[in-house]
Design a protein around this ligand. Sequence first.
Ligand code: IMP
Length: 505
Amino acid sequence: MKTHQIDMTDGFSGEELLSGPVGLTYRDFLVLPGFIDFNPSDVDLESRISKNISLKKPLISSPMDTVTESSMAIALALQGGMGIIHYNNSIDEQVEHVRRVKRFENGFITDPIILSPENTIYDLDIIKEKHDFSGIPITEDGTFTSKLIGIVTNRDIDFEQDRNIKLGHVMTKELITGAVGISLKEANNILKTSKKGKLPIVDKHGYLVALVSRSDLKKNKEFPDASKDHNKRLRVGAAVSTLPESWERVAALYDIGVDLIVIDSAQGNSTYQIEMIKFIKSNYRNLDVIAGNVVTKDQCKNLIEAGADGLRVGMGPGSICITQETMAVGRAQATAVYKTSQFAKKYDIPVIADGGIASIGDISVALAIGASVCMMGSMFAGTNEAPGDYFYENGMRLKKYRGMASLEAMKAGGDKRYFSENQKIKVAQGVSGAVVDKGSVTNFVPYLSQGLRQSFQDMGYKSIPLLHEALYNGKLRFERRSESAQAQGSVHNLYSYSKPTMRVE
Ligand code: IMP
């Protein structure tokens, strides 16, 4: 019998899989394999985060105070993703983070750790424990607002027995510096000829402006996928609440050049949010607004009609989240992503799958069921670029990671997204915990991207738009997994094995 006479229908379409009465999440099903006629390197991961902004990688970081400040946003933008700066801070602090990203110049460290001559070698030892260290500039008062007077390198302190000696006594005072405005190439030449590890860049008053590092020179300096605006500055987003305070916040963020605003609310379908979208869209016409969070078509409709340029989807799937447990409101994440994406597509509005992503497979599935980009908290929280220092517990190197509605974060102002900032009794919708060290985003994002390309190859699609086309025309096929299929799909029957870590060297 010829194959065209046989019914070749296999598996289920996205609609069949995700329209049943039971909400599903990423690991409840698999994508059936397609046909491979290309290499992983042929896969293009470009996708839209909002109506007017595309990213080369569909990866963005959550606006949380243990995830995204300027270091994370810079590292992600260089790799083709994007960071959304949290707002559990003053307007000035948030603006400063955005400013650092927008004025970032590849190769120049604009926020180096600085000490004063009064600090001791012991102070430096403590810094060394937490950060990579090879040279610390010393200014008169230990800040940017006084003159550069020395630099302390490992060579100055390695053999010093007395760790209480002040840095003023051991620092190198004969400095080779670069003048502000110097190009990276010129700075590199000075470093090469002087054989120094760090080159401080100073202004005409001798104030430190930036630092160029020799070790950075050796790293890959090209970032062909970097997310950049029309003026070639890195892209960055910032979150705001639906509170009136945000009117002033948005104005300040806009002035500094923020690329998009995320209106951060656990339940986005509210008059407060609709008013905020309208306010931003009517006052800052070229500023994209991502609204959310939503999980149903109805919620999407209200926010899209108000003018949203993108939707953030997820209520309850976050790793630190106890919203579904506490409030009994939310939706299983795969169903939420599918339903909202299918609806938003009619308006050409991209959907961000937010929360619950813990592996490359989860990212692939989220994209396969309609998401345009994935927002992650726990995945990025353990990287070098996340705020906070590493610490050890049971021999593991960890970083703190907390929900913005954990009691701890709420005390620091994080409850603005939960309409509970004026409530005397705080009901937590998140927890505070720790995640393992994942190394640098500079290595982690290429690792995630390579995994995604391989997954796309298995599915048989070369790009996210092609994958979405196949989702909606029914060519992309899925299948539910029984519990035993899920168990079989993970490592089993072994006495012992070593789990691959996500830490990439
Ligand atoms: P993760 O990637 O699974 O760790 O989830 C991160 C997402 O959880 C964030 O982007 C927020 O949407 C959400 N989130 C942040 N803080 C809380 C919280 O305290 N409770 C519930 N959800 C939260």
